[in-house]
Design a protein around this ligand. Structure first.
Ligand code: GLU
Length: 275
């Protein structure tokens, strides 16, 4: 009798071990489906990518609509967690979000702890200044203060484009824009569409202008967990399906189309691999 007990205990222990291992091995897709929701890291103060809709108090934006599509394809709900430029990669690497859709440029140097989807948005860096400031390009920023966000590519690019300017890194872009309004910085620099969002969602957009040529190229990728190619393939497939079905263009036009305050002609094509 005691032997039988011991045997059953051993079998139970072995089973627990195997099951434990199986959950540990389960990829992101299985984990998301079991949980019943996709947890996405998004910006909460970057118009029109991820921001709070004043009327509904809900997070909305282009990046959020992209996540909504992916959650729908997975057959799960969507939970949104605000991230900043500095926190998005650590949060994804630690597993507190499943995916990052947060105006994030895909750079080789950002691939150490996370992976990226194919490019789903294209932009480049420019300057936002007060109208009549006389600043026309990065060359005019020597000896001047420039605001941007901590942890962004913009920080590094502006230092390379104008080593003689002083970069002030804020938590986010609204704080950098406030510094411009208060005369604490001579310019705000980041991706041109984010600058357009700051300018055209302010009460007095005509007081500001976006100047200069692009000082960088900023291809956005969705951040996905490192070494989970099933999930990355799934996300890439979603993006390709969106593009091919016209859903991408619909979402794009909702936020950046000619009838919006943030018009940006869609002048690039998603890299679509044959099915
Ligand atoms: N796309 C740039 C980056 O990933 C600037 C925008 C941002 O800070 O999110 O750093």
């Amino acid at each position: 009798m005691r032997k039988l007990w011991l045997k059953s205990l051993l079998v139970l222990a072995a089973l627990t071990l195997v099951l434990g291992q199986m959950t540990a091995w389960a990829g992101k897709i299985e984990k998301i489906k079991a949980r019943g929701k996709l947890i996405a890291g998004v910006k909460d103060a970057v118009v029109p990518f991820g921001f709070v809709d004043e009327k509904t108090n809900q997070l909305v934006g282009f990046d959020i609509d992209i996540c909504r599509y992916i959650a729908k394809k997975l057959g799960v709900k969507l939970e949104l967690k605000p991230v900043t430029s500095a926190t998005r990669i650590p949060m994804l690497a630690q597993g507190s979000v499943d995916i990052v859709a947060a105006t994030m440029t895909h750079k080789f140097s950002r691939e150490d702890s996370i992976d990226f989807s194919i490019t789903y948005f294209m932009d480049g860096q420019k300057l936002l200044v007060k109208k009549g400031s006389g600043i026309k390009s990065a060359a005019d920023l020597a000896g001047k203060k420039v605001g941007t966000a901590k942890g962004s590519t913009s920080e590094k690019n502006i230092k390379a484009a104008q080593p003689k300017c002083r970069v002030l890194s804020f938590e986010g872009y609204p704080q950098a824009f406030l510094a411009l309004q208060q005369g604490k910085v001579a310019a705000v620099t980041t991706d041109s569409t984010i600058l357009l969002g700051l300018k055209n969602s302010s009460p007095n957009p005509n007081d500001y202008e976006i100047v200069g040529d692009y000082i960088s190229s900023e291809p956005y990728g969705l951040g996905v967990p490192e070494n989970d190619s099933d999930f990355r393939d799934f996300v890439n497939r979603c993006l390709a399906d969106m593009w091919n079905s016209g859903e991408y263009q619909k979402i794009y036009n909702k936020w950046f189309g000619p009838n919006t305050k943030f018009y940006l002609p869609l002048n690039w094509k998603m890299e679509i691999w044959p099915y």
